[in-house]
Design a protein around this ligand. Sequence first.
Ligand code: HEM
Length: 366
Amino acid sequence: MQPIKWLVEFVEVRLGVKELYNRELKGYLLPRNVNAWYTLGAVLLALFTLQTLTGILLLMFYVPDAAKAFASVQYIVNEVPFGWLFRMLHAIGANVIVIALLLHMLSVLFMASYKGRREFTWLSGFIIFNLTMGICLTGYLLPWSQLSFWATTVATDAAGAIPIVGDYLVEFLRGGPTVGNQTLGRFFALHVVGMPLVLLALIGAHLFCVKRRGISPPPFGPEYHATEAKPFFEHEKHPGGVPFFPNYFVKDAAIICFFIAFLLAIIFYAPGLFFPDSAFQPADPFLTPPHIKPEWYFLWAYQALKIFPSEIIGLGVQGAFMTFLALLPFIDRGPERRPAKRPLFVTCYVLGILLIVAISIWGHYS
Ligand code: HEM
């Protein structure tokens, strides 16, 4: 017997993997008209895996101490073989993850895939989204550059606008009255252990919900049918559909390659895209740079705080918007999912995106 065949048989008789493969991969059927937007979940899984691998490599050389952190990152970039590559993959990869997350969320919203008893899927995804923002925020401080230091100072300052507990919260986040070594310590612990562990559990829960409930059929074309609300649990099956493996997996793999190519294109052709000059200067608590801005995905929140007469109103509006988004599947309960039959939703959707983009651009140039 050939060695590979022997190995397959060896595992097969012990774990019954063929039956598992036939049931969970080849036998897992997706709707016949499934489209490329459904690959974004797999793209996110691939990008998070890459982020974990590059993060582990960075961890081998990074020193979480305010006196040494900046120099340790310079050492990674300039001295460690391929250090520049895994640092760039990690730092720019975070931005690409946010892009993929936003696209995944926007496509789920547009196709109303949160309907049909998918509230848990949506809620777990929504928490993942917020946690990812937290991981980005805590990671931003770690290089201990002027950008890191002042962006974190601005971001943690915002919590001070909350009445009664605001000042206490700022001090709690920073571990003291100002951003310093103690802030670096807690952000480091949260960034490399605390938040990734919770994220891993949440991704598991999200995938469980997707798999258990069954994927939603795309709300387009003649095959569309509204999901009935039956008084019992039902797995949404798609008889005569596309096998997940190998058929749909090939599409997943193609779009994953596209995102990796996009990430590499930024690294090689526009490496400074997400790094202003202040990212190359060590943190100096006594020198405030002239134009300190948070990352692009926090710009809307940053500018929203400035638009309103008081920061507390700005925070209130943001809180209300995020609560509305979290509870959307409980608010938007009609069975209709076709965008053409939901003109009010689509109008609010387009105007909402335009508004957030406009406020972000305003924040960038203000
Ligand atoms: C780490 C981040 C995430 C991962 C790895 C992930 C993964 C996935 C995967 C693999 C699927 C099935 C295929 C697909 O539709 O793409 C899916 C579906 C879904 N995701 Fe996510 N997701 C993430 C974040 C989010 C976020 C932020 C939301 C929304 C707030 C969300 C809401 C949903 C919903 C409602 C579905 C069900 C779609 C359906 O049944 O058609 N996910 N996710």
